[in-house]
Design a protein around this ligand. Sequence first.
Ligand code: HAM
Length: 422
Amino acid sequence: MPYQTVKGTYDTLPDQMIRVNMLSDLFRQFLNLYGYSEIKTPVFEYTGVFQKENDTSDMVTKEMYTFSPNGKDSLTLRPEGTAGVIRSFVENKMYGNSELPVKLGYIEEMFRHERPQKGRQRQFTQMGIECIGDKDPLIDAEVIALGYFYIKTLGLESVKVLLNTLGDQESRIRYKQTLIDYFRPYRDQLCTDCQNRLEKNPLRILDCKIDHENEIVKNAPKMQLSESSAQYFEKVKHYLDLLGIPYEIDERLVRGLDYYTDTVFEVVSTNEASGSQATIFGGGRYDDLVKEMGGPQISGIGFAIGVERLLILCEAEEIFEINKSIDCYVINLNEDPDYALQIAEMLRNNSFSCEMDYYRRSLKAQFKSSERKNARFVIIIGEDEVKEDAVTLKDTLTKAQETVKKDELTDRLDQLMEDYYE
Ligand code: HAM
């Protein structure tokens, strides 16, 4: 058994973890700004939470990690966040207790048995939202706004919003039949996946990655929206215009999961560093999922951002400025570390980040460490300092050095920091 990560999984090492935390901290701020509460659902659920009857998506039919620990229950590692959140919404009867819509956000690990490549892993992280309980174009626009302005606040430039509507049930049933009738004579000229999709979910043929350039697919008839769906979509576009969110209409945007209705959208990277996995996030409205999972007939909308893909783009656009530093480094020149240990802990108790030497090294070696750790203050403790209940304090910015009584140290540090920022 090799001691290495499983194919398609990876370690997030400390430097990368700083970036991941920056992305998730800002995402949490955005959840707060738009009135979303964070939720955590289990990593594994009963398979039926994800797998619905007649599901045709690759994710459900080919990519799920399904297992049965007791030979009876079929369990699945969550491949996406929406189904678990809706299961929780229904199970906890959130539709009855709370004011609608219920706005939920999550940052969670997902698992899909896909072919790994840059931006596509078997374990990955999604930051997502679900707004459940009402259907209104205002909500669609607000959901897209949260994602779009999050990306913009990060400072990313090379992204664009793709928008489409899959229509309401009435328009879609009609369109499905139109597509089946259109594609049937060309069945043999479609890829194997699309041949299987033809009768069950012909819409997916439109955004098939293999058949994308196929003239038959390009010339497929367009959806004729019902009047109410067309009006709904017009309003979504109107609100997006009002909010200053640029978008491109992409009539072939269908999205990979089966539950979508009406508005669907993706934010894609135009930076070549993203390679073939350019979709940074995607989402859409789902009218029937809550009902399918045992709840009332209420609609929801949401999206999920792929953290790993976002990181690739952020790195390509060099948006991270990481300046790792600590407030204090305690240099101890005595055999006995007791006093230095007490000083370090006193500083931490007063909210100054602090590290100390553990190895009783030379003054030079300890200074080197304080530089490597980017310490703002160096606190030097020799024999005299212990005798006088004091420390020698060096400000690495001004290079000034002074003796400070132990009891006065934290006040002095506060003062030096304040003076500097004034
Ligand atoms: P999705 O399009 O399947 O939608 O995934 C959303 C995002 O997750 C993708 O745009 C991508 O950034 C990231 N992602 C997906 N698969 C992988 C992978 N194998 N490796 C790395 N990143 C990946 C959903 O999952 C829906 N639940 C989104 C949603 C929420 N719709 C409504 N509400």
